[in-house]
Design a protein around this ligand. Structure first.
Ligand SMILES: [Mg+2]
Length: 111
């Protein structure tokens, strides 16, 4: 079950708060930056594997993307705990999803 002030279930949020308390906010922000760059790198590797038609490399890259996505979700959740902005983030998500929904409807109408 998700708590409103967390992107992950409560138990995981408690573990992540302990990480912040143990390592410090600044260190965890640095890790968040690192993890986001690792996801970028994984995505680029997958694109390169597709261009080379290298199925083995593509499989490895796909697995790596999943791992790096999990790292980013964990670190985004920690950023939410650090900046205490879960509600604002949720508001932005709702606003942006609604805006995209409206844009898609306009595209469908104009077809
Ligand atoms: Mg990583």
């Amino acid at each position: 079950m998700l708590e409103k002030n967390n992107f992950l279930p409560v138990a995981e949020g408690e573990i992540l708060q302990k990480c912040i308390d143990a390592y410090g906010k600044e260190a965890q922000i640095d890790i968040a930056i690192e993890e986001m760059s690792e996801l970028i790198k994984a995505l680029i590797k997958e694109r390169r594997a597709i261009r080379r038609n290298d199925q083995d490399a593509r499989y490895k890259a796909t697995m790596n993307i999943a791992e790096e996505m999990s790292d980013v979700i964990i670190m985004i959740t920690q950023l939410g705990l650090i900046f205490k902005n879960h509600e604002k983030v949720q508001d932005f998500i709702k606003f942006k999803l609604k805006r995209e929904e409206d844009r898609i409807k306009e595209i469908e109408v104009s077809k």
